[in-house]
Design a protein around this ligand. Structure first.
Ligand code: NDP
Length: 370
């Protein structure tokens, strides 16, 4: 028998209140076409925390499969596992796999699942952290940039058109320091787009300057602080960046909501698209009607889970494409805050790591490392 542990919750609530660590054992006789895996790394993404809180767009199934006293779910959308044994010919011992489905439940030391729930990853030249963080943040930035812009709509009239690689077109984003934001900066650079990136001011000027520099190092063309971006002077500064509007901003990426989202919308050119994918400020998006009527700006939402369901093959292709860029050192890792999880790790350590995951001004994304 394999001894395993999993973080579980049986009712929605604050992670610190509702998460518990459950021990169980896994039988050595695998069902047919199944795989036994051990975890290598699993990130703590904002969506996972929202899932525990019960505010996310999808609810995980609550089951008694691992013998919890009440039906429970294990959170965690992404991660990388090593195959320990397999009754499917698709996988062999030592392979690295990532979940093929949303809400797999990656916050656990081991898992048994049908082979179809996994995608094999070519592990050569990659670290567990790189593979564990590929399928949510980078894929979101990749999909949005590829599909929506920039300037989707302007040239093609009412329809959307795919990205013209190397067009030098501008996009603008808030939450530029997020995992998605950093990925968008890098893909933008690789694909010949130019980016304006909004970050929140740090505690000291030095720290703000250091973050700016870091994002410029990733390929950001312009980095501005939120206060600069919200000020009266921004209009003139933007005019300068866009050569008095001769170069329009065709795409806005909204990670934040609230006033920041309104300011993104005001920065866009005629016929541009604003894609909302996150709501970190927990504030609604308010839009001046003139932007809808006179500037014909399109406002859309994006949800990666839906895209993944609709385009399974496209997702695999995208993940392989991104992993190749990582191997070729053309795409840099997101800063992480490693949370060691071994057999003796206390429940409270794991719970606190999750609870802290939505706090701002962090040094990196929390990732369980096994
Ligand atoms: P990270 O954990 O990597 O980063 C969080 C970011 O949010 C940081 O840039 C942080 O800025 C910022 N932030 C935190 N609190 C606030 C606040 N109150 N106001 C403004 N900004 C804040 O995040 P991810 O990249 O993993 O996710 C970012 C967002 O994207 C989340 O809302 C997530 O749910 C969403 N998302 C959506 C997807 C979709 O399919 N729709 C897919 C993937 C992510 P700072 O550094 O200044 O603290």
């Amino acid at each position: 028998y394999t001894q395993a542990k999993a973080l579980v919750f049986s009712k929605p609530g604050e992670p610190a209140d509702v998460l518990s660590l459950h021990s169980h054992s896994i039988s050595p006789s695998l069902p047919s076409s199944s795989v036994l895996v051990r975890s290598l790394a699993a990130p703590i993404n904002p969506a996972d925390i929202n899932t525990v809180q019960g505010t996310y767009g999808a609810k995980p199934p609550f089951t008694s499969l691992i013998g919890t006293p009440e039906p429970s779910a294990t959170p965690g959308n992404e991660g990388v596992f090593e195959v320990l044994s397999s009754s499917s010919s698709d996988f062999t011992k030592g392979d690295w796999v990532i979940p093929a489905i949303s809400q797999f439940g990656t916050w656990r030391t081991h898992a048994v699942a049908e082979a179809s729930k996994f995608i094999k990853v070519e592990k050569d030249g990659l670290s567990p952290l790189q593979v564990a963080t590929v399928s949510v943040n980078p894929c979101t930035a990749y999909r949005i940039l590829r599909h929506y812009g920039p300037n989707a709509g302007v040239k093609a009239g009412l329809g959307m058109r795919p990205l013209e690689v190397g067009s030098g077109e501008w996009f603008i984003q808030n939450g530029a320091n997020s995992g998605v934001g950093r990925a968008a900066i890098q893909f933008g650079k690789l694909w010949g787009l130019r980016s304006i990136n909004v970050i929140r001011e740090r505690e000291t000027e030095e720290a703000t300057a250091a973050l700016k520099q870091e994002l410029e190092g990733l390929g950001a063309d312009v980095v501005v602080t939120e206060s600069q971006f919200m000020s009266r002077e921004w209009r003139d500064q933007l005019a300068e960046i866009t050569r008095k509007g001769r170069e329009q901003i065709g795409l806005g990426l909204n990670c934040v909501g609230g006033k920041s989202a309104t300011a993104i919308a005001r920065s866009l050119g005629e016929g541009a698209t604003m894609v909302t994918y996150g709501g970190m400020a927990k504030q609604p998006v308010a839009l001046p009607v003139g932007l809808l009527i006179f500037k014909d700006i399109r406002f859309l939402g994006f949800w990666l889970s839906k895209w993944n369901e609709k385009d399974v093959e496209g997702r695999k292709h995208m993940i392989n494409d991104i992993l190749s860029l990582i191997r070729a050192r053309k795409f840099r890792d997101v800063p992480v805050d490693e949370v060691k999880w071994d057999w003796d790790t206390e429940e409270s350590t794991l719970r606190d790591a999750v609870q802290g995951g939505l706090q701002g001004f962090r040094k990196g994304k929390g990732v369980f490392v096994f």
